[in-house]
Design a protein around this ligand. Structure first.
Ligand code: GUN
Ligand code: FE
Length: 469
């Protein structure tokens, strides 16, 4: 069984229950058979697949393949901090938790531990592509690229630029704009060496956010974006105090978005994290430049940043994907971000109207096809079509479908309590708690009740990179 988002209609899941997909040795999908009850018939039609390895979903409508998740905004060095943010908001959170943590990756052995755990964990949650912020450190950033490459995760790896002396702490910043550029280029060169065509791992130019960069650095980074044609990522309009800070630091520009635009950073390859408090004019500017937005609802809730108006952005014509924003976000799971997307949209709906509610299907679209567009890979990943690459996860619903039997009398260790019997006025008789659902219902149960235990296997570019066994 294969389930993916419809290419054109974000609110629709396309399900083919007894299909077959042929993936060649390059990881590229060669055929998609929507009705393939017997494998022999499929092989007759595609003889070059005669000796292919066959991976089957279990019969009984409890397993399905789904496209791998795309995390369009995650800070790998912050992974150990996931869940630790107290009652802080963005600017004090950066100083209290984030900068000290990131500074610790000046040690390559610290970086190795953190980055290998982060990549393994995101893979286990079905994240087949991630746009990573690393730190200012060149050796550690290069190591993150090496680890992604070895683990087989598709990744954009960004060496973070932050040279402003008044905003960044002395113990963790670039000494100059030139240092931002030189060190960014060293990381680009490293990835060029390990993955010359950026097939799996690509560099991404990463000014942390406008306040952390001097005018000179932003100017030079804009030039580098133009010269290299590389993607770029940063933060925008996440927090009200941050917006005030941008006003103070860049008084000559009309808005936060105009600061990035002035330096040539608003391009179709720009990924803007958060975009919560944009004015209509900023939204239209971002749209006119075709810059993309990474929606990070878990982080935006945790740090009290606000609820991004995703429907408004989408109606405005902006391309949106999802990000975990670890560790502003407390979870490395995009499934959790999908769940938070639907919930935050409901809070937004309370003030802005019911049409703001995002469905499970739409949120899954953002996590796959939307994310693919955000990272510029919509023709390669995010769905199952001929010519695309096999980035997928095998989902099993067994753990969502706990019957409760395993908690019945006698199973628990220690004292056995009397079995509780609920005696209602009328018995409803036997009830099918599971197995009655449509596929859309099953997917909704996965989204709202599932976690990484449901992710049984993960493939990137046809290679199996994670298995639950
Ligand atoms: N703005 C600048 N740096 C950061 C960061 O590390 N995380 C988040 N969420 N916002 C930021
Ligand atoms: Fe972030």
């Amino acid at each position: 069984t294969f389930i993916h988002s419809d290419r054109d209609e974000a609110s629709k899941l396309d399900v083919f229950e007894e299909g077959a997909i042929g993936v060649n040795s390059e990881g590229v999908i060669e055929f998609v058979e929507r009705d393939a009850k017997d494998v022999d018939g499929v092989v007759d039609k595609h003889p070059s697949f005669k000796d292919a390895e066959v991976v089957r979903t279990e019969s009984g409508r409890r397993q399905f393949f789904f496209p791998g998740f795309i995390d369009t905004h995650i800070h790998a060095p912050q992974y150990p901090n996931a869940g630790v943010f107290g009652s802080s908001t963005l600017l004090d959170w950066l100083n209290k938790y984030t900068f000290p943590r990131e500074a610790s990756l000046s040690s390559l052995s610290v970086a190795r531990t953190i980055y290998s755990r982060c990549v393994a964990r995101t893979l286990s949650h079905g994240t087949t592509t991630a746009a990573y912020y690393a730190t200012i450190h060149v050796p550690a950033t290069n190591l993150l690229a090496d680890i992604c490459s070895a683990a087989g995760q598709r990744a954009f790896v960004g060496r973070v630029c932050m040279d402003h002396k008044d905003i960044n702490p002395d113990y963790y910043r670039d000494e100059s704009a030139d240092e931002s550029i030189t060190n960014t280029c060293l990381c680009i060169d490293h990835i060029k060496k390990i993955d010359p065509n950026y097939e799996l791992v690509s560099p991404i130019i990463t000014p942390r956010f406008a306040p952390s960069c001097t005018t000179e650095a932003l100017q030079k980074l804009g030039k580098l974006v133009k010269e290299t044609g590389l993607p770029c990522q940063t933060h925008i309009s996440e927090n009200r105090n941050e917006i005030q800070l941008v006003k103070k630091l860049f008084p000559e520009y009309g808005s936060y978005a105009e600061v990035y635009d002035a330096f040539g950073l608003l391009t179709p390859k720009m990924i803007l994290g958060h975009a919560i408090h944009l004015s209509k004019k900023e939204m239209e500017l971002i749209r006119s430049r075709d810059a993309k937005v990474s929606h990070c609802p878990v982080s935006n809730s945790a740090l009290t940043s606000g609820g991004a108006k995703v429907r408004w952005l989408m109606n405005g014509g902006i391309t949106v994907g999802l990000g975990t924003d670890v560790s502003g976000g407390y979870s490395p799971s995009i499934l959790e971000a999908v769940r938070a997307t639907t919930l935050v949209s409901r809070h937004v709906a309370l003030s802005d109207g019911d049409e703001c509610k995002l469905s499970v299907e739409e949120s899954l679209y953002l996590a796959t096809r939307g994310g693919a567009k955000v990272v510029g890979l919509e023709n390669k990943i995010g769905g199952f079509e001929v010519g695309m690459e096999w980035d997928a996860q095998l989902i099993g619903l067994e753990l969502v479908e706990t019957t409760g039997d395993e908690f019945s009398e006698g199973d628990a260790e220690g004292e056995v309590v009397d079995k509780v019997v609920f005696e209602g006025p009328k018995s409803a008789g036997p009830v099918d708690v599971f197995g009655w659902e449509t596929w859309d219902d099953k997917v909704a149960k996965w989204v709202y009740n599932g976690d990484d235990r449901n992710t049984l296997g993960v493939w990137v570019k046809g290679r199996k990179v994670w298995s639950r066994e």
